[in-house]
Write a protein of this length. Structure first.
Lengths: 248, 304
């Protein structure tokens, strides 16, 4: 497999009994790319993401993430990726600093690395004065930005973001995307899902899943041309309206 | 008498260490048959406000009247008159579709048959699955069942707390179609959402942030009150363009907006000077006029 690809997927399939949640999907994601993974509720996004994060074994097909095989090297995958879920996942009753130390410790980072990088991250987030405050007392927007910084603290090659901006105010949403751009510029590959169609425009390439299959995969500009649509919202509606199944 | 009168409501939550003011002196009134949107991000106080209106939470101060009844004194009368759909799915997962709807009908001393006309459009879509347990329904079907249950006693005011959060773009459009049909039947509807693009579907909207009202108007009224010139620009390197725009002459604010970056300008900015500056930094930049939408307005109000 090509070394430029951080994610490489061929014919990946997951069945639950007679139900094919993910149906023979194939795609590659390049290093430093921002890859948007879109689809209606129930299209199979979460199942596909779980397989790529090493949390669920595929039924068929091949996939490597950060160079590791999803069947045999799933523990290595977990060590080499970052993950941020749509549900806020930091500990509200630990301080900002304690959360960072806890997660970095899980990833096996040295005390010295943690100490030095914590200072840098707190400065970037303008949270130096809040370092010893409980995370639960921070406004939501700050929590989401902190959660992202924690997800990439151990400097993974790739970070998976599952609806990171749901319910976040429009200003913070944009600050969040700024952080995504910076991370990508530093060589971290970003794999992101969202329900905000304006955010789809910020991705380098986008795949759209319908009923377990990838129905479209291209840059936002090319997708709009191909589907004769003015916006990504229109592209998404044209594709997702064809879906026969829906679920959460 | 207006169906909903909210008069200087304050609601705070205290713990040993700190106090959070969730609703900070909020006032608004809703007209009969109006589709009224409360728009704001998480933490704006939307759910607290809905829980006060639904008589499930008592405010610290202020007054809320539903159909002329006081939410504190006359809570029993109000509960007969409102339909409330909380943000989290709260029907009985281990009862079937039909059992859920019959349960709610019975609580309100009515039957499905009696008000079938009202819920027909929505309920008929899930009726083929009436023997399925609610917990086994898809997200879209759960939403339809919850809405049917909230409507079964023919409420005069319908309170929908974030019905479309986490729902994909297609299902969101379908849900708003249903609301438009309900509005035609004369029901007053209050709906909250964090999605700014849904604001345009309401008759009037309240933009809220940190428990406070930023603006209260029709969607057109809100966008018409945007008080600065707005342009949009794109180029082959959007990140560099954004940094460049932020430092440009006459620019108050610049931020990504889908395919383009939006540029908020001083009233007396000089367009040729600005265009020169942009093209000098990014030769392939394209600059066009832009019309502000609700999200531009919300950000402008947030930053003021």
């Amino acid at each position: 497999m090509n070394n430029d690809y951080v994610i490489s997927v061929q014919g990946l399939t997951k069945r639950f009994g007679h139900f094919t949640a993910v149906d023979n999907i194939s795609f590659d994601v390049k290093r430093g790319e921002i890859f948007g993974f879109l689809g209606a509720n129930g299209a199979g996004k979460t199942t596909a993401m779980r397989m790529l994060c090493g949390l669920s074994k595929p039924t068929e097909g091949k996939a490597t993430v950060a160079g590791f095989d999803v069947y045999t090297k799933n523990e290595q995958i977990k060590k080499n990726i970052g993950y941020m879920s749509q549900k806020f996942s930091l500990y509200e009753d630990l301080t900002v600093k304690e959360n960072i130390r806890f997660y970095a410790g899980i990833y096996g980072k040295s005390d010295q690395f943690i100490r030095q990088k914590t200072e840098i991250v707190l400065q970037q987030l303008h949270l130096t004065n809040e370092a010893n405050k409980l995370v639960g007392s921070l406004p939501l927007g700050w929590k989401q930005k902190l959660a992202f910084s924690v997800a990439i603290f151990h400097e993974p090659g790739i970070v998976f973001l599952d609806e990171p901006t749901g319910g976040v105010d429009p200003v913070t949403r944009r600050e969040f995307w700024n952080m995504i751009y910076e991370a990508a510029a530093n060589g971290i590959t970003v794999f992101v899902t969202t329900h905000y169609m304006d955010e789809a425009e910020y991705c380098g390439r986008i795949s759209i899943m319908v009923d377990g299959k990838i129905e479209a995969l291209d840059t936002p500009t090319m997708l709009k041309q191909k589907f004769e649509a003015r916006s990504m919202d229109e592209v998404f509606l044209k594709l997702a309206r064809k879906a026969s199944r829906s679920d959460n | 008498m207006k169906p909903v009168i909210i008069d200087h409501i304050v609601k705070s939550y205290s713990s040993k260490k700190d106090k959070v003011v969730a609703v900070d002196d909020l006032s608004f009134e809703v007209e009969q048959g109006e589709l009224f949107g409360i728009i704001g991000p998480d933490g704006a106080g939307k759910t607290s406000m809905f829980r006060v209106m639904a008589t499930l939470l008592v405010q610290d101060s202020g007054k809320a009247l539903i159909d002329g009844f006081d939410t504190v004194k006359d809570y029993k009368a109000i509960r007969q008159r409102i339909g409330y759909m909380p943000g989290r799915f709260s029907l009985y997962q281990d009862l079937t579709v039909e059992e859920n709807i019959n349960f709610f009908a019975t609580i309100f001393n009515t039957t499905l048959n009696e008000n079938y006309d009202l819920v027909k459009d929505i309920y008929s879509q899930i009726e083929p699955f009436k023997d399925r347990r609610a917990g086994k329904l898809s997200g879209g079907m759960k939403q339809k069942l919850a809405l049917s249950c909230a409507l079964i006693h023919k409420p005069s005011v319908l309170l929908l707390d974030e019905p479309t959060t986490g729902v994909d773009a297609v299902s969101r459009k379908e849900f708003w179609e249903m609301l438009k049909k309900l509005k035609k039947q004369g029901i007053t509807i209050l709906v909250s959402t964090p999605y700014m693009d849904e604001a345009g579907l309401c008759d009037r909207i309240a933009l809220v942030q940190n428990g406070k009202l930023l603006s209260l108007n029709t969607p057109e009224g809100v966008t018409n009150s945007f008080d600065k010139p707005l342009l949009a620009a794109k180029s082959s390197d959007m990140l560099r363009l954004l940094k460049h725009l932020k430092a440009a002459p006459g620019v108050v604010d610049a931020y990504p907006f889908g395919e383009y970056h939006h540029i908020v300008l001083n009233k007396n900015y000089n367009r040729p000077e600005l265009e020169n500056y942009i093209i000098n930094g990014q030769a392939d930049a394209e600059i066009i006029e832009a019309a502000p939408n609700i999200e531009d307005c919300f950000m402008n109000l947030m930053k003021n």
